[in-house]
Design a protein around this ligand. Structure first.
Ligand code: FES
Length: 136
């Protein structure tokens, strides 16, 4: 084997073995346990009882609850009708779309049209001072 071929061969091997490590290092928001994604802190959530993260690695997330309530609700707030962002109505315990009036229950199911498909939901948990979600 020529010296140049050997160097190319070793270089390619190094690159191939380093790539997974480089990819893993880039995904800093992944938590240690599985595919949970950190989407904010408990301080941010507790400020208003809601946390909207529009560009998380798992998509848009609207979390409702507080770190002490122990009953977190997490949905993708993108309305299934035409894509507006739904808002949480705490008094009525539902998500309402400002565009055409669709309404969704706490589990994302449609309560009122024109939407016909439910909101996507996430499992949510508190881990230390972080709030994490994972597609459910
Ligand atoms: S986009 Fe939400 S009801 Fe039309």
């Amino acid at each position: 084997m020529k010296r140049r071929d050997f160097i190319n061969w070793v270089g390619l091997g190094w690159l191939a073995s380093s790539l997974p490590i480089a990819i893993a290092a880039c995904s800093t928001q992944t938590t240690a346990s599985g595919d949970w994604q950190n989407v904010g802190t408990t301080a941010e959530l507790d400020k208003t009882g809601q946390l909207l993260v529009e560009n998380s690695p798992v998509g848009s997330v609207l979390l409702v609850g507080t770190s002490k309530s122990g009953n977190l609700i997490a949905v993708n707030p993108t309305c299934s009708h035409k894509g507006c962002t739904v808002a949480w109505e705490a008094a009525n315990k539902k998500f309402a779309c400002p565009c055409h009036g669709a309404e969704y229950g706490v589990d994302g199911t449609v309560q009122k049209g024109p939407a016909t498909k439910p909101l996507k939901t996430y499992a949510a948990k508190i881990e230390g001072n972080s709030v994490a979600v994972k597609p459910s």
